[in-house]
Structure formats: structure tokens, C-alpha cells
Design a protein around this ligand. Structure first.
Ligand code: ATP
Length: 291
């Protein structure tokens, strides 16, 4: 049984329509994932070539479609190599929202009687240590995770699994400490590891951002963690989430953002895209709106 619709000279079944809708949704997700990166230009290039290939094949231009067909065959392998980090990120997102993951809606419905694990903890040590570090111009990079202990990244550094404390954070990021290079990973009120190496973003970032900030942005692109950076140069605090940034935050704002993150609130709208030319634009607007 197949329900057919006639659009012009085309017969389209419901299955075809679902197929087209799914492909459109998939392309939109890929676009969202690549938006703002160099890879988007390569992706759009591939997509245009593929559409031309479909067109020349449909109108039976044998020679051109044979050449483009060969290119498409190699193109798939080339795309896998070029887009390896994006494919990894895409699979991470799929994995995060799969049937087996913690934040899956289906799981919430099936196991509705089970209380969602409370991931919040006393964040005062993070705020107090950040104040101290910023005041004495010591750089810091902290990864705060609410869903996993980020084992893969934790193992790139030194595992501590120590209780979170202001004094410990300050000692770690002290310039003379052997642990100060790299990031700390904080999960469920414990410092899981220090000296961790994070993935550095490949996108263009504002000129004032060096390697520490680039690593913070990269980590926020690769995982659902919240990142806090204290700048060694300026003492300013920045935070990153899902590849977006908030720059020059007050400690009250930092406290609110971490608490909201740990309470599973959606922070996406509060953060700014790197492509928004002047960082701070959104926040300045919000502040001037309040006055
Ligand atoms: N991939 C990485 N993973 C974790 N930490 C990193 C990584 N790359 C650099 N860092 C940290 O960043 C420090 C260098 O920071 P850099 O001065 O380049 O950054 P910045 O963004 O300009 O920050 P600041 O304003 O503090 O100077 C390194 O000493 C190291 O601790």
C-alpha cells in the first residue's frame, strides 16, 4: 500500500516525503554543527558538487556524470578524513541523546519514578579560588562536568580525585606548581584530575584569545561540559559552553551560570557565538536594556 501525491509531473509517496524531510533535518543538523568553522565551506562545496552530479545524471550527460561520479566516490573518503573531528562530535551528540544515555527523554518517560541524579554541589571553592587567581594574575582552566567524569581527558593529565577546595585549586594553578599547566576537571564536587590536555578549537577566535581560551572553546565543542577560564594576562573570567563564549564575567554571573548548568538548565541562549564580531554585544545590550 502506498499513498501517492501528484506534484506537477512527480508522483511522491508518503515514504518519499518522510525521506526528504529526514534528509533536510540531517543536513540542517550538519550545517548547525559546522556553522562558523572552516569546514562549512568545504561541506557546502561538496554539497554543490553533489547536487550538480545529481542534475547531470538526471539529464543524462554521460561523460560529466561519470567524472563527477568518480569524484564523489573518492570524495566520501576524503570527507571522512577532513571532517574527522566534526564526525566525532556528531557521534558524541547522537550518543548523548541515544536510548542508553543519561539525558534521554525516552528513558525519563520509562523510568519516571526514578529521581534524576542531583549533580549540584557547593561551588563556592570555585568562585573563591577564581577571585584569588584573577586578583593575582594567575591563569586557570577549569572543566566543570555534570554528566560524566570525562575519563578520556582526565587520563591525559594526573588523576587526583580530591575533594574540591579553594586552597587546592589555588595551589594547582600557582605558577610554581608542577600541576599548573593544563586544565583541571571537576565532577560531582571533586577535582578528578589536573594538568589535563584539552582539544584546541580549529575555528577562528577573537585576537585576545590565546591557547588557554582556544582549549576551553575546543573542550566545550567536544563535550557538554562548562568551561571556566581565568586569564593570566588580564585576570578576566570567561566561560564556554557548546562552542559559545561569555567574556569578562562578574563573579556573581559565574556563580549563576555554574549553578544553572548543574541544575540542567538550558544555557545556550545566554552564551555568544564566536562569529558575533564583537564579543560582549549580547551582554551589553542586556545591561543597557536594564538601565
Ligand atoms: N590544549 C591545552 N589543554 C589544556 N591547557 C592548555 C592547552 N593549551 C594551552 N593550555 C594552557 O594555556 C597556557 C597558555 O596560555 P596562553 O597564554 O597561550 O593563553 P591565553 O588564552 O592567552 O590566556 P591568558 O590570558 O591566560 O594568557 C598553557 O600554559 C597551558 O597551561
Amino acid at each position: 500500500m502506498s499513498l501517492l501525491f501528484k506534484i506537477g509531473f512527480l508522483d511522491i509517496s508518503i515514504v518519499n516525503m518522510i525521506d526528504i524531510a529526514l534528509v533536510a533535518a540531517l543536513l540542517y543538523q550538519v550545517y548547525k554543527l559546522l556553522k562558523g568553522s572552516v569546514a562549512i565551506k568545504i561541506f557546502l562545496g561538496f554539497l554543490s558538487l553533489y547536487l550538480i552530479y545529481l542534475l547531470v545524471r538526471a539529464i543524462r550527460m554521460e561523460l560529466l556524470s561519470a567524472i563527477l561520479g568518480q569524484f564523489m566516490g573518492v570524495g566520501v573518503i576524503a570527507a571522512i578524513i577532513i571532517f574527522a573531528p566534526e564526525i566525532r562530535k556528531f557521534l558524541l551528540i547522537v550518543g548523548r541523546s541515544s536510548i542508553f544515555s543519561d539525558d534521554n527523554i525516552l528513558k525519563d518517560i520509562l523510568f519516571f519514578w526514578r529521581k534524576k541524579e542531583n549533580t549540584s554541589f557547593n561551588i563556592s571553592p570555585i568562585i573563591d579560588a577564581s577571585k584569588n587567581l584573577a586578583g593575582s594574575n594567575m591563569g586557570a582552566l577549569m572543566v566543570i562536568s555534570s554528566s560524566t567524569e570525562l575519563k578520556f581527558y582526565a587520563e591525559s593529565g594526573d588523576i587526583l580525585d580530591a575533594e574540591l577546595s579553594k586552597r587546592l585549586l589555588i595551589s594547582i594553578f600557582n605558577k610554581y606548581s608542577p600541576l599548573h599547566d593544563g586544565a583541571v576537571i571537576i565532577y560531582k564536587g571533586r577535582i578528578k584530575a589536573a594538568r589535563c590536555i584539552l582539544p584546541v578549537t580549529e575555528r577562528e577566535v577573537p585576537a585576545q584569545f590565546g591557547l588557554r581560551h582556544r582549549a576551553g572553546i575546543g573542550m566545550s565543542e567536544a563535550t557538554d561540559a562548562l568551561i571556566l577560564v581565568v586569564s593570566e594576562e588580564t585576570g578576566q573570567i570567561s566561560m564556554m559552553k557548546n562552542g559559545k563564549v561569555l567574556h569578562n564575567l562578574s563573579f556573581q554571573e559565574v556563580r549563576e551560570i555554574i549553578n544553572d548548568y548543574l541544575n540542567n538548565e538550558d544555557l545556550d541562549d545566554r552564551f555568544e557565538n564566536l562569529s558575533e564580531q564583537e564579543l560582549g554585544k549580547k551582554r551589553n545590550l542586556a545591561v543597557s536594556g536594564k538601565n
